[in-house]
Design a protein around this ligand. Structure first.
Ligand SMILES: NC(=O)c1ccc[n+]([C@@H]2O[C@H](COP(=O)([O-])OP(=O)(O)OC[C@H]3O[C@@H](n4cnc5c(N)ncnc54)[C@H](O)[C@@H]3O)[C@@H](O)[C@H]2O)c1
Length: 340
């Protein structure tokens, strides 16, 4: 199979390309990434030696360039990870989220129709459902996105389904809970905690710290995406959850304990605007119809993740570029903390 992966230099996309290359060594993989601050070619070290792997630096919103890519490589499947993905950034600068996450997805959908792509798998998020205090969201639940990020993802989901209904695009969607694991940019919750703890910096914690997230080890998500790509029913949405619900404060305490760092590093800060209290997904459908369940208990995944960041200080240091610094200087000063 010839698979075009977008956003393959980001966190989940790069883990997925490694997974795909291991699981299906004969597949041809084309990786399209704009290399924003979140994209890192270092995530794919080793793959350049693989025959049938191509990286092209391109913006999914740039239709003429993307058309050339489709013309040249003729992908059979498209897996769309490319997105602006950080909620805090979407609150301060929503426009780029609408452009990449909605218009970029629309460009890929148009080209996929035009070039007869056989499967279009769109990677979405549990955040499109919004917050739920009790119970779990199923794939049929109403969408109530709270942030510009989740609203842009919900809009893209609606487009994907419309392209399936209107033009017959063979499309599928996965909506996963919070991923964690190697190669995640350290603005996200778990790598931020590890990074700040390792550097004895304050760890900002929104509100009362009791917001609940369901944690999914990234390799388990890659397995789910691969299974949906091969066994999913066209036109369907699949929730992908980790069965690991924890309050944010418990996650921070666990990481500080594992790294033998003091709880005094925790700094409670004013709550994020529109902060969802709890996310929770029912994964009955993917279990029943595809046979996927998460494999990694949170304690195991967290241990592996902490180990990976501790063993890769060079990778962590390389992410501290101008874009990271300028965003975080402003962000930390707004929170009343000293910058990182
Ligand atoms: N991280 C999570 O916990 C999580 C959970 C559920 C769903 N998702 C979804 O999974 C996908 C990947 O998330 P991630 O955490 O790996 O994100 P990420 O921010 O780490 O990676 C995004 C990648 O997309 C690239 N990109 C951004 N704009 C682009 C553009 N216009 N053209 C081409 N490439 C572009 C970036 O350079 C980067 O490599 C996203 O669609 C996100 O919404 C993430």
């Amino acid at each position: 199979m010839k698979v075009l992966v977008t956003g393959g230099c980001g966190f989940i996309g790069s883990n997925f390309i490694h997974y795909l290359a291991r699981k299906h060594p004969t597949y041809k993989i084309i990786n399209i990434d704009k290399l924003t601050y979140a994209g890192n070619l270092g995530n794919l070290k080793g793959l350049n030696k693989k025959k049938d792997y191509w990286f092209i630096k391109a913006d999914i919103c740039d239709k003429p360039v993307m058309k050339k890519v489709f013309q040249k490589y003729r992908p059979e499947a498209v897996v769309n990870f490319a997105a602006e993905s950080h909620v805090d950034r979407s609150i301060s600068r929503p426009a780029i989220f609408l452009k990449t996450n909605v218009l970029g997805a629309a460009t890929l959908l148009d080209l996929s129709i035009g070039f007869g792509v056989e499967k279009f798998l769109h990677i979405s998020t549990d955040e499109v459902y919004g917050s739920i205090l009790r119970g779990k969201f199923t794939e049929n639940s109403m969408l109530h996105p709270s942030s510009p990020y989740s609203a842009s993802k919900a809009a893209a989901d609606a487009l994907v389904l419309a392209y399936h209904t209107t033009y017959g695009l063979p499309a599928l969607i996965t909506r996963s809970s919070n991923n964690y694991g190697p190669y995640q940019f350290p603005e996200k919750f778990i790598p931020l905690i590890i990074h700040n703890a390792l550097h004895a910096k304050k760890i900002p914690l929104y509100g009362d710290g009791k917001n609940v997230r369901d944690w999914l080890y990234v390799e388990d998500n890659c397995e789910a995406i691969d299974m949906v790509l091969h066994k999913g029913r066209i036109g369907e949405i699949y929730n992908v959850g980790g069965h690991n619900e924890y309050q944010n404060i418990a996650v921070i305490r666990g990481i500080l304990k594992a790294l033998r760092k003091p709880a005094s590093l925790i700094a409670f800060v004013r709550d994020r605007a529109g902060h969802d209290r709890r996310y929770a997904l029912s994964i009955t459908k993917i279990k029943r119809d595809i046979g996927w369940t998460p494999r990694t208990p949170f304690a195991t995944g967290l241990r592996k993740t902490i180990q990976w960041y501790t063993n890769n200080p060079g990778w962590l240091k390389n992410t501290q570029t101008g874009a990271y610094r300028s965003f975080y200087k402003k962000y930390y000063s707004k929170l009343g903390l000293s910058g990182s």
